[in-house]
Design a protein around this ligand. Structure first.
Ligand code: DX5
Ligand code: ZN
Length: 221
């Protein structure tokens, strides 16, 4: 099952509720929420209050991508706000194993995200505890960047490692996913596709999400 998770980073924040309802009606599977702290990444976005507000307008899973230093400080706040999925960056956690378990103990699905320059080895001793892995296909911080082609090999290697460990968890990709790149990313083995500018920058969300899903259904052929 391949899922589309529009990232609200590229939504019109003056009408965030309407934007979220619109992508839900257009066939989105998850809502991806990018949390940035101006320290781990050079941009600042939103906190648990915004997640709490989003929860009121959609019944879709809320996938909170924490691009913040020492994210364990905020895991419980995001869980209480209604996150169904939380991913933390391996690079931002001194005690990654502890943070992953903190997410799970809060009743939330746990993911670990890796920057383009981070090796898959960071996952070795936590992968069996995870619900998903997030491979960044751009350097985090901004929407609308170009997909890093080298990521395809990383996704393929990750799928192989997961399967060798008997760990059939989904692989999420984030950054530069659009109608041009989605097929190769899917063929490399990705399962969940975050798309910000490709969805919210398009004039017709339903058409864009259907086209992306159409490409995914045909991928591998
Ligand atoms: C980047 C964020 C992404 C971003 C993706 O730091 O994590 O979720 O919104 O945007 P696009 O799809 O435009 O590359
Ligand atoms: Zn993201």
């Amino acid at each position: 099952m391949k899922l589309i998770a529009p990232s609200i980073l590229s939504a019109d924040f003056t009408k965030l509720g309407e934007e979220i309802r619109a992508v839900e009606e257009a066939g989105a599977d998850w809502i991806h929420i990018d949390v940035m702290d101006g320290r781990f990444v050079p941009n600042i976005t939103m906190g648990p209050m915004v997640v709490e507000a989003i929860k009121k307008v959609t019944s879709l899973p809320l996938d909170v991508h924490l691009m913040i230093d020492t994210p364990d400080r905020y895991v419980n706040d995001f869980a209480a706000a209604g996150a169904t999925h939380i991913s933390v960056h391996a690079e931002a956690c001194v005690h990654l194993h502890r943070t992953v378990h903190m997410i799970k103990e809060a009743g939330v699905q746990a993911g670990v995200a890796l920057n383009p320059g981070t090796d898959l080895h960071s996952l070795s001793w936590v992968m069996e505890d995870l619900d998903f892995v997030l491979i960044m296909t751009v350097n985090p911080g901004f929407g609308g960047q170009s997909f890093i082609p080298k990521s395809l090999e990383k996704i393929r290697r990750l799928k192989k490692i997961l399967s060798e460990h008997g760990c059939e968890i989904p692989v999420q990709v984030d950054g530069g996913v659009n109608k041009t790149t989605v097929k190769s990313v899917s063929n490399a083995g990705a399962d969940i596709f975050v798309a910000g500018s490709a969805v919210f920058g398009s004039p017709d969300y339903r058409k864009t999400i259907s086209e992306l899903k159409g490409i995914l259904e045909g991928a591998g052929e």
